[in-house]
Design a protein around this ligand. Structure first.
Ligand code: ADP
Ligand code: ADP
Length: 238
């Protein structure tokens, strides 16, 4: 059964149609790249998956739940099963790397105000394990804002792993990074997904990165799905 099953999804903001009759079905373990220019609807689609906004019409079923119908505790429960990585990393700059990772274990908003002392030793060990996984164990006690962009995004990935998510959503995770860091971050997302059997939906605007790192490319244009194909079916030289 698909982990994400979207049908007839339309989202309008006033007179702007951000998504028009979108269908998307994602099977467990797939690595899907949403490819499209700025404004094509990628962020809007990812926000729908975690119920950040109500759809104008259509069905959004994620991990067996009808997302638009969820509220309160059931919505939080769904979100805890879906990790989210953002273009601008969204770390707390003044906290250490380890504290930032630990905030991923908490319900939204309470996190950043807690110091290290507030977390059980068990969670600290888990967080250190995730930092090791993303290659930044040696930075655990540095302030987050002393790290490069690529390193900060790896910290954000470690933070997302704290919930043990089944799905990882990444909204333009490498748009602020140089080409080398972009490749490192995409490689890491791919490795972690394969190891953990995570399903990934990652938005990108660069065709070359999409072809290198996606299993499947879903092209969005003006809010419509205009392409849905295995990455292997597209040649990089075309
Ligand atoms: P992308 O992520 O591909 O850049 P977006 O999903 O951010 O695209 O935007 C799709 C369209 O919807 C754009 O025209 C954008 O201006 C519009 N849009 C997105 N979010 C909002 C919002 N909160 N209010 C009004 N318009 C929005
Ligand atoms: P992205 O391309 O990743 O969506 P944007 O810079 O377009 O990033 O959007 C950043 C935020 O602004 C998003 O939360 C989006 O919903 C909101 N937004 C985008 N376009 C509009 C718009 N036309 N009117 C109001 N809010 C918008």
């Amino acid at each position: 059964t698909p982990v994400i099953d979207i049908e007839g999804l339309t989202k309008e903001y006033g007179r702007t149609v951000a998504l028009r009759d979108v269908a998307l079905r994602v099977e467990p373990g797939e690595i899907v790249v949403l490819l499209g220019l700025s404004g094509s609807g990628k962020s809007t689609l990812l926000r729908q998956v975690v119920g950040l906004e109500a759809p104008t019409s259509g069905r959004v079923r994620v991990l067996g739940e009808e997302v638009p119908s969820l509220t309160g505790r059931r919505l939080r429960a769904l979100r805890s099963r879906v990790g989210f990585v953002f273009q601008q990393f969204e770390l707390v700059p003044s906290l250490t790397v380890l504290e930032n990772v630990l905030t991923g274990a908490l319900a939204e908003l309470r996190g950043p105000r807690l110091g290290l002392w507030a977390y059980p030793r068990r969670l600290k060990l888990v967080a250190l394990g995730h930092l090791d996984r993303v290659g930044l164990l040696d930075r655990a006690y540095q302030r987050a804002d002393t790290l490069s962009g690529g390193q900060q995004q790896r910290v954000a990935i470690a933070r997302a792993l704290m919930q043990n998510p089944e799905i990882l959503l990444a909204d333009e995770p490498v748009a602020s990074l140089d080409p080398e860091s972009s490749d490192q971050v995409m490689a890491l997302i791919r490795e972690i997904a394969m190891d953990a059997g995570l399903t990934v939906v990652c938005s990108l605007h660069q065709v070359d990165l999409a072809l290198s790192w996606g299993d499947r490319i879903v092209g969005l244009r003006h809010g419509e799905v205009v392409l849905d194909t295995p990455a292997s079916g597209l040649s990089k030289t075309q």
